[in-house]
Design a protein around this ligand. Sequence first.
Ligand SMILES: C[S@@+](CC[C@H](N)C(=O)[O-])C[C@H]1O[C@@H](n2cnc3c(N)ncnc32)[C@H](O)[C@@H]1O
Length: 221
Amino acid sequence: MKRRDTVGGRTARAAVRREYQGLAGVYDRRWAAYLRGSLRMLRPHLRDARPGRLLDLGCDTAALVPHLRAWNTLPDAYVGVDASDAMLAVARGRLVAAPPACPWSTLTAAAEALPFHDGEFDTVVSASSLHDWSDAAAGLAEARRVIAPGGRLLLLDWARDPLTMRVLDRVMRWRGAAYHRMYAAGEMEDLLRRAAFAVRGRETRKITRVWGLALFEAVPA
Ligand SMILES: C[S@@+](CC[C@H](N)C(=O)[O-])C[C@H]1O[C@@H](n2cnc3c(N)ncnc32)[C@H](O)[C@@H]1O
């Protein structure tokens, strides 16, 4: 694992840290319905799978981990990365209390400058984080760099396509301190292609009356 001291977009990430500092203790409860829907989209891509070394990018409270167990997903290692120390403190509490059946670690880092060697992971999962990244192209290029040949990326995020999400985008621009922007599913697919991924699967779904999400399965091109 390689450490990098200098990263770009410090101001944006300070906003992320500030916003999620206040949310860490209540996130799982407040977002329970949302998490149920987003995890339901991820499940078919991870159930009964051996994802190898798994990077959870923007892992938040590591809400994914108990589900990996329930889905019979058996990684060789789990690494949770997040820009927010407060979220990672909650994640570590969860991982200590109920560890996954593999070595695990957490690390404070920005998606746009990952402190890992090339090809260090077989699977990168990034759920509901892209909209906060100050430089989505850099974050996806980093995800591509750390994925080993034969590996894959599962990218899930808010999609700007339904009207409800375009309204939400306006609201978030106004009051979401950490929020950067929301992409339409087609824009996400373009970002993936430009980051040298080949898109193998794409699903868009409204998980509630408001929330429209897009999920991509992508492999190094
Ligand atoms: C809305 S939460 C959701 C994440 C979680 N994976 C889930 O599925 O619920 C977004 C997370 O992404 C993290 N995040 C935002 N921007 C980031 C960045 N540039 N690099 C790393 N993590 C970031 C935030 O700190 C936060 O914990």
